[in-house]
Ligand binder design. Structure first.
Ligand code: CA
Length: 232
């Protein structure tokens, strides 16, 4: 562990909110004081369950997630976070093995920090991830899967179960094109009574609620001849 050195507050970090989920009190405290000194607003939690509650409550801009937690596997927590949107997550772990890094990144983590870590590295990685996700912070779509609540650009919208399921599917992999057939299989479980028109109908309904101007959608995009994707 390096000593705690305080560097200048960079523009990217100003005011961004970070949730640290780490059960080792010493490490949590070092991160909390270091990141606070960098100009971040920092909250800490020691369990996965608490982390998910806090995320729904405070909507942090970034989550630092320890993989070995007392109550729950960090991978499960990551999966739950991913179900609710594109919030950046950096994994924190003592494992430091290549296969965990690969697993982390393929499971939607934005980066990976091995313990013992260098605080300057922590700062650099956080800044890089925030810079990448910067413009979409607090302006994107946020799903609270516990309350079945969806917020778009700070607006709360109310969706029907099918609209909600469609959004949840698309947001599970932002940017990826989902074909009409895939959407039918996921949302209607291959029912013979559902057709491409149903997918079109729900994409239309969802767009009406999601978009400021449904005629010029910014989130739910049609990829002609293929299907739909959520802009990320
Ligand atoms: Ca731990």
């Amino acid at each position: 562990m390096t000593s705690l050195t305080i560097a200048g507050v960079s523009a990217v970090s100003q005011g961004a909110q970070i949730l640290v989920c780490e059960d080792e009190p010493d490490i949590a405290e070092i991160l909390r004081s270091f990141l606070s000194a960098q100009g971040y607003e920092v909250s800490t939690t020691a369990t996965g369950a608490e982390a998910l509650e806090r995320i729904a409550e405070i909507q942090p801009d970034l989550v630092l997630l320890d993989l070995m937690l007392p109550d729950q596997d960090g991978w499960e927590v990551l999966e739950e976070i991913r179900k609710t949107g594109t919030r950046p997550v950096i994994l924190l772990t003592a494992l430091g093995r290549v296969e965990d890094k690969v697993r982390g990144l393929s499971h939607g983590a934005d980066d990976y920090i091995s313990k013992p870590f260098d605080l300057d590295e922590v700062r650099a990685r956080i800044e890089a991830v925030l810079r990448r996700s910067g413009p979409r912070l607090r302006s994107k779509i946020w799903i609270d899967d516990v309350r079945k609540e969806v917020r778009v650009k700070e607006r709360t919208i109310s969706l029907s179960p099918k609209e909600y399921a469609l959004l949840k599917l698309l947001i599970s992999q932002p940017g990826r094109v989902f074909s009409t057939e895939e959407i039918l299989a996921e949302l209607w479980r291959g029912s013979p009574y559902a057709s491409a028109q149903d997918v079109q109908k729900y994409a239309y309904l969802l767009r009406k609620k999601l978009e400021t101007d449904p005629a010029r959608p910014e989130f739910l995009l049609t990829v002609r001849g293929f299907g739909y994707r959520l802009a990320a």
